[in-house]
Design a binder for this molecule. Sequence first.
Ligand SMILES: [Zn+2]
Length: 242
Amino acid sequence: MRLIIEARLADGDNDTVEEGDGVLAVVERPDGCLAELGLTLAEGQSLLAKVQTGLISKQVKQWLSGQTHCQSCGAALKHKDSRSTVLRAVYGKVTVKSPRLWSCACQGAAQTPQRVVHPLSKTLPRRVTPELEYLQAKWAAHLPYRRATVMLKEALPLDKGISASGIRNRILDIGKQLDADIERDIAKLPRTVADVQVRESSHVAAVSVDLAWLRNCDSGRGLGRHVNIVAGHGISTPSPVT
Ligand SMILES: [Zn+2]
């Protein structure tokens, strides 16, 4: 038997169906035999990678068709050249053609030279989907970068789409973003008002607190079934050396 998988694109506006680029996959199995049951990992990866390539290519092409005019005045933007852009997603990397355009004259002063605009790079500066970033961060949190890369490549059709150094750089970027978020949150905290007495100690530099629930071995005497233990530890500010 042969299972033939094809793709067709249906336009949402007028329901026209565009023929796809042909057959996505042909799965062949011997009749009357269950020795090769279901899809193999390689067959599944190949199929998903082809679907990904077709989908992203169509999405980008359709989106770019709406970027050829100035967002402010509606004038057509002049074409400068076209670049190949690599986009990374969970089912592999896809190379798409994306144009570079000259900015509209309405966007600057008369003496200002026109700028080159690359709409795709501006919209997707990292050129990676959030889902792939999430998977890279999650796996790298549990495994060494190199091992996380091998495991992701084994499960997903990523091939040369990711690398250990790329995951490391991504983790560093995410760490910087988290640090910046924390610093922003700290900056939003209420400030001490000079005239209000605040209960705080200037002698404590750091506080660590831990908490645990222990099962009571003798709960029949009205003591409850569990005991909550809270332990705290304060570190004093070192005295200045005189
Ligand atoms: Zn304009």
